[in-house]
Write a protein that binds this ligand. Structure first.
Ligand code: ZN
Length: 65
């Protein structure tokens, strides 16, 4: 399945990016953001999102497996 960032049109290929979108925006979300756009949308930073991804991975979240 191919995802395109709805904000900038960039193709999203990173599994982690897809995972964090689903984790933060909802599992059924169809419109995904790339990392910089997601950070922008949420009013946070890419570094912050990467930290969150690591946290979710440590929790064993299956969106990131
Ligand atoms: Zn984008």
């Amino acid at each position: 399945m191919k995802y395109i960032c709805i904000a900038c049109g960039k193709e999203i290929t990173e599994k982690d990016t897809i995972g964090i979108n689903k984790k933060l925006l909802g599992n059924k979300v169809k419109s995904l953001y790339c990392m910089p756009c997601l950070a922008d949308y949420l009013g946070t930073t890419v570094e912050d999102l990467n930290e969150k991804i690591e946290e979710f991975k440590e929790e064993g979240c299956k969106l990131f497996s």
